[in-house]
Design a protein around this ligand. Structure first.
Ligand code: SF4
Length: 447
């Protein structure tokens, strides 16, 4: 009987792609993949080690499966990903019950590590982060019609609060041919929505070709038959070029008018201390350029509140900026001091309560902005990708171009005819509640 292997994939979409590549290697290695971790013989926890909260979640998951192992319900616990990469020996020392602890540079050896663990060996190996496999066949672990396409890994920016460069190393682009080949492979396997991810897609190609090549890559991806939506996530604001804006306007049938660009803050002094360029004027000009250059563009951003030394005035400025820019989608994080990052040593660390309160203020304001924006969609017809049917609500649900997977809102809708996951249908918007949209199918599903 085949050994059953399950994967708990934590953290970001980039880590999810790593999980999917490992799952493909494991299946090729003759193991049976199992989605019910309670039924597995071996459980892999592909961890996140980015901020305190994520680290806690990773450790809780590891300990939960170590307990199942102690109870004899599973044979082996395997730890991979950013937590083991960042805290190498500490993880091994703190969690001796884990059978395998691998750094990201050892992901391609996941099958032999499992075999050794099943023979009773404890495997603790880290390797060179640059050996992390960025390409290879994958087992798509989310709904089958969309996928994340990781075009690079690592980051060469040095934001003073961020641990990612320490964990993932410097920026490494994949070759254009390699990414495009994967795009065709995904389309051939039924994917219709590609979400472009990297720590900073705007830097794509600089390390490999000596200059940014994101636009060249996108032009090639736009040629792929069967791909209906291409979405750009994690763009570095200061590197969004006029060429990219023009390309998005030109190719809006395929590259959806949606941009996720973490801005983090708008105050010049705070940005300087975050080791990020720019300031309020430049950011406002950029938002203006995007709205003018790509009509109907939906802008998503992320802000950090409570950065060391952030005064009430600087926070007020951030609130005012977010109010004026009217981002359609916005996430806000309370600053989390990460050991090993410069900002963790900065003076003026704020208490947790003040940081959370500031986040609440921003998000309360944002709820009003999103509600107003959603109300402006009532009466319009949007193309929606069907994600499922909610028996409880008695309605289908899905996402329009305005919503990225996992991080944004949903559209709930009625349909007289039966629909399948991955159908793209026109939905007439009739209402909005709690930032979700509600409507009725207004026509046939797209071919
Ligand atoms: S751009 Fe900055 S915040 Fe983003 S991964 Fe790189 S260093 Fe971290």
């Amino acid at each position: 009987m085949a050994i059953k292997v399950g994967m708990v994939s934590l953290g970001c979409s980039k880590n999810q792609v790593d999980s999917e590549i490992m799952l493909s290697l494991i299946r090729k290695g003759g193991y049976e993949l199992c989605t019910d971790s309670g039924m597995c013989d071996v459980v892999i926890i592909n961890t996140c080690g980015f901020i305190e909260e994520a680290k806690r979640e990773s450790i809780e998951n590891i300990l939960e499966f170590c307990t199942l192992k102690k109870e004899g319900r599973i044979k082996a616990v395997v730890v991979t990903g950013c937590l083991s990469e960042r805290y190498r020996e500490e993880v091994a020392k703190e969690i001796p019950e884990a059978d395998v602890i691998l750094g990201i540079g050892k992901n391609s050896e996941i099958v032999s590590a499992i075999e050794r663990a099943l023979k009773g060996e404890t495997v603790v190996e880290f390797g060179d982060k640059r050996d992390l496999p960025l390409s290879g066949e994958r087992i798509i672990s989310n709904l089958p019609f969309f996928a994340y396409l990781k075009i690079a890994d690592g980051c060469s920016n040095r934001c003073s609060y961020c641990a990612i460069p320490m964990i993932r190393g410097d920026y490494r682009s994949r070759a254009i041919e390699d990414v495009v080949a994967e795009g065709w492979w995904l389309a051939h396997h039924g994917v219709r929505e590609i979400n472009i991810v990297a720590q900073d897609p705007t830097r794509y190609g600089e390390d490999l070709y000596g200059k940014p090549r994101l636009c060249s890559l996108l032009r090639e991806l736009c040629k792929i038959d069967g791909i209906r939506w291409i979405r750009l996530l994690y763009l570095y604001p200061e590197r969004i070029s006029d060429e990219l804006i023009a390309l998005m306007a030109e190719q809006r049938e395929k590259i959806v008018p949606y941009i996720d660009m973490p801005i983090q803050h708008c105050n010049h002094e705070i940005l300087r201390r975050m080791n990020r360029p720019g300031g309020r004027e430049a950011l406002e000009a950029l938002v203006g350029k995007l709205r003018a250059g790509i009509p109907g563009v939906v802008l998503r951003t992320t802000l950090i509140c409570g950065f060391p030394g952030e005064t009430e005035e600087q926070f007020e400025e951030l609130c005012d900026f977010a109010r004026r820019m009217q981002f359609e989608r916005l996430g806000c994080f309370a600053y989390s001091p990460e050991e090993g990052t410069p900002a963790a040593e900065f003076d003026g660390q704020l208490d947790g309560e003040r940081k959370s309160r500031r986040c609440e203020v921003i998000m309360d304001q944002q709820m009003e902005i999103m509600d107003r924006f959603n109300r402006s969609k009532i009466g319009q017809t949007l193309e929606v990708a069907v994600e499922g049917y909610d028996r409880y609500a008695g309605s289908y649900f899905g996402r329009s171009y305005m919503d990225a997977p996992d991080i944004d809102t949903k559209t709930f809708f009625q349909s007289d005819s039966p629909l399948s996951i991955g159908d793209f249908v026109p939905v007439r918007i009739e209402d909005t509640i709690d930032c979700d949209l509600y409507g009725t199918v207004a026509g046939e599903a797209a071919e």
